[in-house]
Each structure stands twice: as structure tokens, then as C-alpha cells.
Design a protein around this ligand. Sequence first.
Ligand SMILES: Cc1cc2nc3c(=O)[nH]c(=O)nc-3n(C[C@H](O)[C@H](O)[C@H](O)COP(=O)(O)O)c2cc1C
Length: 365
Amino acid sequence: MPEEGGFQTLSDLEESAARRVDPKVWAHVQGGAGEQRTLRWNREAFQVRTLRPRVLVDVRRVRTAHRILGRPVDVPFFISPTSQHGLLHPEAEVATARAAAGRNVLAVYSTLSTRGLEEIAEAAPRAPRWFQLYVHQDPAITKDLLQRAEAGGYQAIVITVDAPVLGVRDSQDKAGFVMPPGVPLGNLDRYASSKGHEGSLRQADHFARRTDPAMTWDRLAEVRAGTHLPLVLKGILTAGDTERAVDAGVSGIVVSNHGGRQLDGAPATLWALSEVVKASRGRLEVYLDGGVRRGADVLVAMALGARAVGLGRPILWGLAAGGEAGVGRVLDLLRKDLEISMALTGCREVMEIRPEMVGEIPRDG
Ligand SMILES: Cc1cc2nc3c(=O)[nH]c(=O)nc-3n(C[C@H](O)[C@H](O)[C@H](O)COP(=O)(O)O)c2cc1C
């Protein structure tokens, strides 16, 4: 990665990626649903928060080590599942997996990955990894995916629940994005009909043909019956759904609006976080993704009750800017930024991050 030294922030990697990636693909990566209000709010919600420093604490040693669902990881952030890394780099999820494994960072891999989950596991056999499931219309496919994930050493199943149908993706449609041929769906192509690979379908068609819009809370039991792994629900934004998730016995939820790509008008994830944390009453782990770009963002979300936070687009920027090294740079920059933010707020360990550290910009300020 020739420009590595020049990447001082995630925004630098974003700019580099923007220059390298085909504009249609870039519209797909960056875009949100509808008027992109939710996409904007995700970022704005962080930008109106302040951090209240605690001074005169011995911060010679600051440790970001943490546990997510009981498993030790080196940082309290993880890689959120994003589809088709092959759109950004030929090594696709293999590059992402190596970067994450080298740093003991948890990564969640999408049902819609370019590389199959077995190949991803082989690239980084000992790394912490979860599998993101879209429940399929054909129950045999869902069952097979669950079995393959378990056999591949994935440690949890993340069921994405905010996408029974695809959001209104005006911005990428206007740009003319279609799934390019030659970028396979490594998990799913084996289930394709005798017609073989479906070629350059619109993403909406992929979705309409495969994921199950009839999925309900009652049917979570079917998924549970298909795996021994803990379940995490991704895309919860309200207290009511948090109660249902607790009742369903899941181990964790991700407060997520799919990076503003599904329901435009859904709240910023940081706004929804407190409601969900309160309703969970410590009965499951609560994570957040959407708009996390800085160490200070990680700190704010954790102070407000997130056990860990996920990164979506920044990983794709790193991948496009420099493959494995680019993703590694994103992870290293965020870790450094978090360490400094922790030191300056008097936190030597992740468990010392507290709600009273977060404030808001005064309205009359
Ligand atoms: C290009 C792209 C593809 C995505 N694909 C998936 C997916 O396959 N499954 C899923 O659960 N979420 C998917 N997401 C949502 C991410 O997991 C995550 O919720 C979101 O990107 C977080 O917001 P951020 O991009 O602001 O960090 C995707 C997001 C992007 C940008």
C-alpha cells in the first residue's frame, strides 16, 4: 500500500478509496436509503456529544482488551458484516480476515460475501469470527448455512432483522449500480439453479429471490433448532423489540439501522441506544453500529451502554485503499485514537468507561 504513511485518519482512507473505486460501486458503498436522513443522523448524533475528561489519573498503561460474548478480543470494536468485499479488492474477505486476525479483532462475515465462509475461515483459522445470516425463503438453505458456519468454527450467528425487503436505494439506483458479473456470492452460488450464476442482477432482485420477508419472532425457534451457536439479532432500535429479543433468549443485539440503508427516517443508532440498553436490563449484550469513525465515538457509545461497536464502511474504504494492509491501517488508526481518548478521559481499561463521561453541546452554547 504505497500511501500507507499518508493515511492519518479514516477520512484519508475514504478519499483514497473514492479515487480508486468505480463510481457506481462507490455509490453503492456510500449511499443510504431514500433522502439519506438516517445515514446523516448516524454521524450527527456523535457530533453533538461531548466528552467530560477526568484528569490526574495515572494513564501510563491504557488497555483496550475486552470480552465480547465471553471471548477475549484486543479492542472493543468489531467488523460489521458487509456484502461482497470482492467489489473493492480482488482478495475480498480473505484480506479482511487476515487483517482482523493479525490484531485479534472480531469480524462478522455476511451471507452475501464474495468468498465462501469456509475459505474465510481457512484464511484465519484462529481468529474470532461470527456469521451473519439472512434467513432464506428456502429453509434447506438456511439450515445448510447454519451447519456450514458451525463446522467452519464461527462462534455466533448474527441474524439481520432489519431487511425483510431491500430499502429504497435511490442513490445507488440513480448511479446505475448493478451487481457486476464475475463477483460471485461465495456462500450462495452452490445453491443456484442449473442456470448457474445469476450474473448482473439488480441487488433488489437478489434480495427478492432469496431472503424471506415472512420471517417472524415465532420462527426464530427454527433458526435456534438449526445451530448450537449463540444468536445475535442485528437491527433492533426500540425497547419493545429488545423485550422480545430477551424473551426469545438471544445472547446479544446490535442496535443498527444498516448504516442508514434500510428504513430512511429510522433514528440514529446513538439516539436509540439508551432506550435499548435500559430495556435490556443487562440480560443480553448490546452492541451498536452506524457512523462510528473515531476513538471518541467508540468511547461515547460504550459510555452509553454498548458492549462493543461495529464498523461497516470504513473497512471497505481500507480494503479499496490497500487490501489487507488498508484494513489493518483502519483498525490500527481507530485503536490508537481510542487509546488516546481513553487516556485523556482517565480510563485505563475499557470497563472504566462510564456514562457520566458523556455530555451534549449546550443548546445556548
Ligand atoms: C456496502 C454495504 C453492504 C452491507 N451489507 C450488509 C450485509 O450483507 N448484511 C448486514 O447485516 N449488513 C450489511 N450492511 C450494514 C453493516 O453491517 C452496518 O450495519 C453498517 O454499515 C454500519 O454503518 P457504517 O457503515 O456507518 O459503519 C452493509 C453496509 C454497507 C455499507
